[in-house]
Write a protein that binds this ligand. Structure first.
Ligand code: FAD
Ligand code: PYC
Length: 415
């Protein structure tokens, strides 16, 4: 059964048509779907392929370790307060799945809807966030406007003094939004997918995508040998451009370092997530007690998994102005990830010009929140060979047609 795809392809190609460079060694295995990247999105895709579409002959190939990419490096903010209808549908679909995910996976992903508050510091901010509040409510998504006094009541440590260099003029609050435990999400999906028959192979980097003369994908070359595949789904986050180039595709993506840090752990002091796009900082408190603080992307493209120190310093200045009591805390550790950013700051989910090759990428600084929804609609897209209705607007083709989904203002941190 495992080798049926390979045998069929050999038969279809009549042996002689099989390109010389692939003839030896023979593929070690053959799958209906090979997923490149065992982050949350890749693992969720595998899980929903098996659960909803009966596609269980699936391999998830990971060059490092499971969840060791952005999934294990992010600051876990989950929200669905995006501006445009297409995005609202996508992120709200994900938020609804988050609400039942621990039960679904029988794994505690520690989803905690403690509220995400976005601060407005200028007339422009106020206008933009109020526009989001109205747009969200028209889409049935909770979001409300708070005065500075109401923001202070919701988050007592917040400094709402009018003496601030960037005073708080109000805030948009999504109460159903919150945080989760990032690595638990990867492990939860991995365990559930594995239980349904999916193979998850770590330390297995995809180094080439092999295509038959008609152009369709047929196999991937990896550091552990060749693996035949009827379909290949690239879910490689910051390295998507590299993977897609293996199939001759140039993607509308730029890769940037994005960094975060945590303080030493303290008793519960911060009841919600607070974000400030204007001054480039956001903060929450993990269940371990650490204050989780995120910064902006670096200004330059890079594959280095570490952001500039001056950017972290700027973020800490902003945090200390917003929360003067946190000045006394020490930093425990910092880290970075590589995020892939599209021109309109919205993801790409769907088919590609290469038959059998699918892509899920471009989540930039904000894909963790989408993990369940992304996997769910991408699995349907890969299984059926046509876009799931929620995924359809996020096609690669939109960069040709010009039908972009500009979510720059909803991005949590400036980039
Ligand atoms: P990843 O988890 O990166 O998985 C991709 C995997 O592909 C990696 O494990 C990688 O090793 C593997 N891979 C790459 N190339 C190959 C290859 N050739 N062969 C095999 N495997 C390969 N989003 C939010 O919604 N909220 C947040 O608060 C938030 N904060 C963030 C903070 C930071 C510091 C960072 C870096 C990101 C943040 N994000 C946030 C963004 C979020 O982390 C990502 O959008 C999301 O995790 C992407 O998930 P993924 O599964 O697509 O990618
Ligand atoms: O998209 O909400 C978000 C986010 C927070 C931090 C980084 N991204």
């Amino acid at each position: 059964m495992r080798f049926s795809v390979y045998s069929l392809m050999r038969h279809a190609l009549g042996g002689a048509a099989w390109p010389e460079q692939w003839r030896s060694p023979e593929p070690r295995a053959a799958y209906d779907v090979v997923i490149v990247g065992a982050g949350g999105h890749g693992l969720a895709t595998a899980y929903y392929l098996a659960r909803d579409h009966g596609v269980r002959n699936v391999a998830v190939l990971e060059r490092g370790w499971l969840g060791g990419g952005n999934t294990g490096r992010n600051t876990t903010v989950i929200r669905s307060n995006y501006l445009w209808d297409e995005s609202a549908m996508l992120y709200e679909h994900a938020l609804k799945l988050w609400e039942g995910l621990a039960q679904e996976l029988n794994y505690n992903v520690m989803y905690s809807p403690r509220g995400v508050m976005m601060l407005a510091h200028s007339v422009h901010d106020v206008q933009v966030f109020k526009r989001h509040v109205h747009a969200n409510r028209l889409n049935g998504i909770d979001n409300e406007w708070l005065t500075p006094e109401q923001a202070k009541a919701f988050c007592p440590p917040l400094n709402t003094s009018s003496e601030l260099r960037h005073p708080i003029l109000g805030a948009a609050l999504q109460r159903r939004a919150g945080v989760a435990r990032h690595d638990a999400v990867a492990w939860g999906y991995a365990r559930a997918a594995s239980a349904l028959g999916v193979d998850i192979i770590q330390n297995c980097e995809v180094t080439a995508i092999c295509r038959v003369p008609s152009g369709a994908v047929a196999a991937v070359e990896t550091t552990r040998g060749r693996i035949a595949a009827r379909k290949v789904a690239a879910v490689a986050a910051g390295h998507t451009s590299v993977v897609m180039a293996m199939a001759g595709l140039c993607m509308p993506l730029e890769s940037y370092p994005l960094q975060a840090l945590v303080s030493e752990p303290v008793k519960p002091v911060l009841p919600c997530v607070v974000m400030s796009n204007s001054i480039h900082a956001y903060i929450s408190q993990s269940d371990k007690g650490e204050l989780v603080i995120g910064a902006a992307t670096d200004a330059y493209v890079s594959y280095s998994q570490a952001g500039g120190l001056h950017i972290a310093e700027h973020t800490l200045e902003a945090i200390c102005e917003l929360f003067p009591t946190f000045r006394r805390l020490r930093m425990l550790r910092n880290w970075g990830g590589i995020v892939d950013v599209t021109p309109d700051r919205s993801p790409i989910i769907g088919l590609t010009p290469v038959p059998g090759l699918y892509v899920n990428c471009g989540w930039g600084t904000g894909g963790f929140k989408a993990t369940p929804g992304s996997g769910h609609v991408f699995a349907a897209t890969v299984a059926r060979g046509e876009p799931h209705p929620i995924a359809a607007p996020f096609s690669l083709d939109r960069f040709r047609t010009g039908r972009l989904i500009d979510e720059a203002a909803a991005a949590a941190v400036a980039h």
